[in-house]
Design a protein around this ligand. Structure first.
Ligand SMILES: Cc1cc2nc3c(=O)[nH]c(=O)nc-3n(C[C@H](O)[C@H](O)[C@H](O)COP(=O)(O)OP(=O)(O)OC[C@H]3O[C@@H](n4cnc5c(N)ncnc54)[C@H](O)[C@@H]3O)c2cc1C
Length: 605
């Protein structure tokens, strides 16, 4: 028997004892969220024996069909499905001059955990990036010259093009049954869709969801101003749907209990309703829950096994021929660093790659619009990805000459289902407590529309992840340390996008409104919650500029693939999961059709 950990934070064992070694398997997958479950499905179907090690507990679709499951306190407020931050977390600071402190509450960086990962309780906004997003650096230089890229920005082109990834976006969207309207079919612009998107081979598998009243006001105002509103691509089914793997999903009932929780009527595409049942049905895929991987073990340039702590506190070693790291941006980067795989990034010298190019995006702008009598929006109803969007100010869809920044945002009027425990709108000037506050809240709760922008965010030399020198997790590993702040491009972009937001807000004719841009510095104590964290194990063309090649295979350890948003060299305006799903299918294809035929470093074509 190997080492037995007491999972009590105060009783960590000091010395190292050999872990129990288990029977080898073909493939170990670390983390069973969207990326892990796609890889599990694709590889288990080929007959390989696949083991998924998942740090959290089991979460079944059936758990969300129980009476009382509509529980805003449990899921929205207490974030029942998120990682337990007394077990592990990250430390945060804005600059290298500060000492980072551990985050013990889910603020801006909430972590998913358990089978399905954050995919179980995501909102379902399912985007593709545009061709420009994949070539941000070269396209910017070609159109505006080198000087438009801020001096300390480390943005880089992806080694993959939109066209290469298109069939895999398509596969992800059809597996999930995305409801939407194409804007560009094989190069032909389609009325009602996003005219700025890259060409797609075919329509979305399902028509768009129904529109809410607030979205209609937004769409009318946007059209009046000459913009191009379209329905958000949503992972909620607008009608019953059978996917290409033979799994059936139900139609959305707009109950409003969507993000932060599972779906009562199986209308939201999550791993449990799409990829996991197919993977498990093969009989070749085993999930071990409460299995926290603490290290990937290597010998020379081969990964030979992973070490994990199981639910009873035992330390176990699982050997495998192929190891897939699909544990989301934080753990992907963390496990590479604690396992000594790849050269850690050093911001002082700009050398090294692991931890480099961290970025995410905040809400920019956030616009609450307050109406009076005659306008009732029923915010408690909706679906996680119910929204109407404009992309007129995204990426390079408008001329940036003289603006002093690159990129932009997508701007959406949303009806995601906002219960009163978390959505408490009151117009600026309302006291923050007492009877006036209560009166305003009771009045405006049903009379407020929200518009939110998500923006492009460049990567910078000073924004990165490394191992914290002061704090450890309960398994004895140093915590991941995040150093991050907005850059000059984002600050200039904020001013511009606030002015665009203001124009649209006025055109929607509310009684009152506010338009919020970015603060001067990022404040980790504020209660944002957009889990679109990218970078740390980025994809690129050489080992000098990246951790993984275009197939997401480690340059240093060829039988290790690192799959997820950790591979993004910078974040675009779009929520990342559509691209994470496409990349998972792309990597699975490369493993099945290239790597397994000739195991070793894959030569990019
Ligand atoms: C509330 C919320 C709403 C969101 N909405 C959207 C949206 O609308 N659109 C969008 O594009 N994205 C959205 N996201 C982000 C989206 O959920 C992620 O992009 C997506 O889940 C990433 O998939 P993944 O498989 O890489 O990681 P995850 O789904 O996070 O899965 C990773 C898994 O790895 C496990 N793990 C981590 N460390 C270890 C370890 N050491 N050992 C073993 N297991 C480990 C975790 O427990 C987790 O289950 C949302 C996220 C949240 C939290």
């Amino acid at each position: 028997m190997g080492k037995v950990f007491s999972l009590n934070i105060h009783e960590l064992p000091e010395e190292k004892i050999m872990a129990t070694t288990l029977k080898p398997v073909d493939v170990v997958i670390i983390g069973v969220g969207w990326a892990g479950s796609i890889l599990a499905k694709e590889l288990a179907q080929t007959g390989l024996k696949v083991v998924g090690l998942e740090r959290g507990g089991n979460r079944r679709q059936e758990d969300f069909t129980l009476p009382g499951i509509h529980d805003q306190l449990k899921y929205d407020r207490r974030l029942e499905l998120f990682e337990n931050l007394s077990r592990t977390t990250l430390t945060f600071r804005n600059t290298t001059r500060e000492v980072a402190r551990p985050m013990r509450r889910h603020g801006p960086f909430p972590w998913g955990e358990g089978v399905g990962g954050a995919g179980l309780h995501w909102a379902g906004w399912t985007w593709r990036m545009t061709p420009w997003d994949f070539q941000i650096k070269s396209q910017t230089i070609a159109r505006y010259g080198e000087k438009m890229i801020p001096e300390d920005s480390t943005i880089q082109d992806w080694p993959i093009t939109y066209d290469e990834l298109e069939p895999y976006y398509d596969k992800f969207e059809y597996t999930l049954g995305i409801s939407g309207k194409a804007g560009n079919l094989k190069g032909e612009i389609q009325p009602g869709g996003n005219p700025f998107e890259g060409p797609r081979a075919r329509e979305y598998p399902n028509p768009p969801l129904k529109r809410s009243y607030g979205e209609t006001l937004f769409a009318n105002a946007a059209r009046e101003l000459g913009y191009h509103p379209f329905p958000m691509p949503a992972a909620q089914m607008s009608q019953p749907y059978k996917n290409p793997d033979g799994v059936t999903l139900g139609a959305c009932v707009y109950c409003g209990y969507c993000m932060n929780t599972g779906c009562e009527v199986m209308a939201k595409a999550v791993p449990q309703t799409t990829t996991l049942p197919v993977a498990l049905k093969t009989g070749n895929f085993e999930i071990r829950t409460h299995a926290a991987v603490t290290r990937i073990n290597t010998s020379g340039n081969r990964a030979i096994s992973v070490t994990y702590i199981d639910g009873q506190g035992r330390e176990l070693e699982q050997p495998a021929d192929l190891i897939l790291l699909t544990a989301f941006t934080w753990s992907n980067t963390h496990l590479l660093l604690v396992s000594g795989i790849g050269k850690p990034y050093n911001p002082a010298t700009g050398t090294g790659v692991v931890g480099k190019n961290y970025s995410w995006h905040n809400a920019l702008p956030y616009i609450p619009l307050y109406y009076d009598e005659g306008h009732i929006f029923n915010p408690f109803m909706g679906a996680g990805a119910l929204g109407t969007v404009i992309a007129d100010f995204q990426g390079d869809n408008f001329d940036h000459t003289g603006l002093g920044f690159i990129g932009g945002n997508i701007l959406a009027a949303i009806a995601m289902g906002h219960g009163p425990l978390t959505f408490q709108p009151t117009p600026p000037g309302t006291p923050s407590w007492g009877s006036e506050w209560k009166k305003a809240l009771a009045y405006y709760y049903t009379r407020t529309v929200q518009i939110i922008g998500l923006h492009d965010h460049l990567s910078y030399r000073g924004n990165y992840m490394d191992l914290d020198p002061n704090y450890r997790d309960i398994y004895g590993n140093p915590l991941l340390r995040l150093t991050y702040d907005y850059g000059p491009n984002e600050r200039r972009m904020s001013e511009y996008l606030v002015s665009v937001g203001d124009k649209i807000a006025k055109a929607m004719k509310p009684s009152k409104y506010a338009v919020y841009g970015l603060d001067a510095h990022f404040n980790a104590g504020a209660g944002y919650g957009i889990i679109h964290q990218v970078g740390g194990a980025i994809t690129g063309t050489t080992p000098a500029n990246s951790v993984v090649n275009k197939y997401l295979q480690s340059w240093d350890v060829p039988n290790l693939f690192v799959i997820g948003a950790s591979s993004f060299p910078q974040i675009s305006s779009f929520n990342p999961t559509g691209t994470v799903g496409a990349l998972a299918y792309f990597a699975a294809d490369a493993i099945k059709n290239k790597y397994l035929k000739n195991p070793g470093p894959l030569v990019p074509s």
